[in-house]
Design a protein around this ligand. Structure first.
Ligand code: MG
Length: 270
């Protein structure tokens, strides 16, 4: 109970004022800020993370998988250049290149860049794995890696996942971190009942359930939305008052937010 209380206090500091029409709204670069010359169009590249940091995005999102020999690697798809990640060793995939010529990187390599900027929170998406055992192991390995890089702090990293198993595990074991479920099929109160303190849903889910934003805020939960790239959709999400907009176009969201942009990650750590 004490941990849950502490988590609520931390979240209250972390999030902008919620529930009002004029709450501040943060920007998370989706798979980094990749759609620019500096990153050469390479999603989940180290260059795309650096660009998100240099652009002072509140957050930079990225995806991770676990190789068959238990190396956590950064990639969106379950395959890279046709090679399956979860069923192969790191040795087998490590030379595979992204669009900008970077090789696929390990979480360790990625966190080295992440640690360089305190102003951009890492939005770490844990991809579904073959089974609960692999998801359990991957989550533990990620926590260890974050600790080694000095990043296992609620103002440096937050977690998102389509896996309810992973979200529930993080809720149980690491309740002071922002922990958002992605699938879009569960109402805020039902997530809260599982101890999950946030939701990160597709914008069409919020179009169908606009009331979920206020419901989540009333429950002290954080609300993130993916992946919003068109002006009319961005404006609709700003009007709904979500806490964070995940986008492939951080410059456009910044322009539309103006003074409503939240760039400050405010956490008081005990
Ligand atoms: Mg993702």
């Amino acid at each position: 109970m004490k941990r849950i209380l502490l988590a609520s206090v931390l979240l209250a500091f972390l999030l902008p004022t919620v529930g009002s029409a004029q709450n501040k709204i943060a920007i998370a670069a989706h798979r980094g800020y990749w759609d620019c010359p500096e990153a050469g169009g390479a999603q989940n590249s180290i260059a795309s993370l650096k660009k998100a940091q240099d652009f002072h995005c509140w957050g930079s999102e990225f995806d991770v998988h676990l190789t068959a020999d238990n190396v956590v690697v950064v990639n969106h798809d379950p395959t890279i250049n046709g090679k399956e990640i979860q069923t192969n060793t790191f040795e087998f995939i490590k030379a595979e290149e992204l669009k900008n010529g970077e090789a696929i990187c390990t979480l360790d390599q990625y966190l080295e860049q992440g640690a360089k900027c305190k102003k951009t929170i890492l939005v770490l998406e844990l991809k579904k794995q073959q089974n609960a055992e692999r998801e359990n192991l991957m989550t533990d390995l990620i926590v260890e890696a974050l600790k080694q890089h000095g990043l296992f702090k609620p103002n440096r990293v937050m977690f998102i996942s389509f896996s309810m198993f992973i979200c529930e595990k993080i809720a149980r074991e690491h309740p002071t971190f922002i922990n958002q479920y992605l699938e879009g099929d569960v109402a805020p109160a039902d997530l809260k009942a599982k101890g999950i303190n946030g939701l990160d849903y597709h914008y069409k889910v919020f179009r169908a359930h606009p009331e979920w934003v206020k419901e989540a805020h009333d429950l002290g939960m954080s609300v993130n939305v993916w992946t919003v790239n068109k002006e009319k959709d961005i404006k609709a999400m700003i009007d709904l008052g979500v806490d964070c907009i995940t986008t492939n176009d951080p410059a456009l969201v910044r322009k539309l937010l103006g003074k409503r942009e939240n760039q400050k990650i405010k956490v008081k750590l005990k």
